[in-house]
Design a protein around this ligand. Structure first.
Ligand code: CND
Ligand code: ZN
Ligand code: ZN
Length: 376
């Protein structure tokens, strides 16, 4: 491509400081160094995790930063030694690396790659530098993907090549929301046919858990949210019951226990609140119940639970990206989508140009969207 090896000037939504709206700016994007790939982003979803960045509740963040982590695009150029993709390939960016060599990548039960950036600063590329600048200032990366930029540079371990037939404005959801929720049911909880499930929080991620529970053959899928506007979509995707904690005087865990006899077989917290994490744990049955934490709690949160909840036999688990080995899972999800076995389109309620990125976040905050997809 004519741009290979050169700095590209393009648009990006920059978060200059905590609590400020995003600002769509012209940024400079340096060429990829060895082992890196530069990608033209075509479409990116807005996930609640991006809102956590803007409100300052995501751990270890450095500003200014270009957020976004649910993106799909086309490879523009590759750095020396990057061989898994080539210019022109359609790709999905993955916010959790998969080096393919470390003991966790090789273990089918784990997807937390040793190259992961979550415990350290995740706001610079692995060599400790940034490829973004704006108005003479260095701009930070987010989760090594920064998909709110028209062009982004990423290490090769966070890109998955996909079928050229895939529509990027739909399959971008595989970069986070869908894979996280669906994988939480299939890989992390390993939901069994005929089982009962409760899902707390019916955003793009929680509704993907509903889809995963349905695909696994759960017989009862109870969807829990304080926003009843989410119930119609939850039913369409497979929920058998929809309840709001606001409609009951007693705690929701007691309601769920009464509805199911002893509590559900699997519960999922997909909100990101400490109180609902404890309620989800107490909602699964005391012997064999499995509770999966999916929501991201505010940075620095601490929890207090009655140890008896676990001593009686419950299992409490967490999941990142639904336990998916993303480079392997994404091409399979794409095939299912193209064969019309997976309907991601139902999760997309709004499609907006990048210039309207703040409108997309307003819709999320107001509970009026499931997923908004931004287009460059
Ligand atoms: P989104 O905001 O769209 O959905 C959250 C839902 O929770 C909304 O429908 C709310 O109405 C509902 N809700 C809020 N408070 C309550 C309450 N007290 N009781 C019941 N329901 C409530 O968020 P999303 O679906 O984009 O993301 C959900 C969480 O998952 C969020 O914390 C995000 O950061 C996290 C996440 C985790 C991972 C991972 O890898 N573990 C990946 N992506 C996102
Ligand atoms: Zn690895
Ligand atoms: Zn996400």
């Amino acid at each position: 491509m004519a741009t290979a090896g050169k700095v590209i000037r393009c648009r990006a939504a920059v978060a200059w400081a905590v609590g400020k709206p995003l600002s769509v700016e012209e940024v400079e994007v340096a060429p990829p160094k060895a082992g890196e790939v530069r990608i033209k982003i075509v479409a990116t979803g807005i996930c609640r995790t991006d809102e956590h960045v803007l409100e300052g509740s995501f751990p270890n963040m450095d500003f200014p930063v270009i957020p976004g982590h649910e993106g799909a695009g086309i490879v523009e150029s590759v750095g020396e030694g990057a061989t898994s993709v080539k210019p022109g390939d359609k790709v999905i960016l993955i916010p959790l690396p998969q080096c393919g060599e470390c003991s966790f990548c090789l273990n089918p039960e784990s997807n937390y790659c040793m190259k992961s950036h979550l415990s350290k600063s995740q706001c610079l590329l692995p060599d400790g530098t940034s490829r973004f600048s704006c108005k003479g200032k260095q701009i930070h990366h987010f989760l090594w993907v920064s998909t709110f930029a028209e062009y982004t540079v990423i290490p090769e371990c966070v890109v998955a090549k996909i079928d050229a037939a895939a529509p990027l404005d739909k399959v971008c959801l595989l970069g986070c929301g869908f894979s996280t929720g669906y994988g939480a049911a299939i890989n992390t909880a390993k939901v069994k046919p005929g089982s009962t499930c409760a899902i707390f929080g019916l955003g793009g991620v929680g509704l993907s858990v509903v889809m995963g529970c349905k695909a696994a053959g759960a017989s009862r899928i109870i969807a829990v949210d304080i926003n009843k506007d989410k119930f119609a979509k939850a039913k369409e995707l497979g929920a058998t019951d929809c309840i709001s904690p606001h409609d009951f005087k007693k705690p929701i865990q007691e309601v769920l226990t009464e509805m199911t006899g002893h509590g559900v077989d699997y519960s999922f917290e997909v909100i990101g609140r400490v109180d609902t994490m404890v309620a989800a744990l107490a909602s699964c049955n005391m012997n064999t119940g499995v509770c999966v934490m999916v929501g991201l709690p505010p940075s620095g949160s601490m929890m207090s639970v009655d140890p008896m909840l676990l001593l009686s036999g419950r299992t409490w688990k967490g999941t990142l990206l639904g336990g998916c080995h993303m480079k392997d899972c994404i091409p399979k999800f794409i095939s299912s989508y193209l064969e019309k076995k997976l309907n991601l389109d139902l999760l997309i309620t709004h499609t907006l140009p990048i210039a309207k990125v703040n409108e997309g976040f307003e819709l999320l905050r107001a509970g009026k969207s499931i997923r908004s997809v931004l287009l460059f």
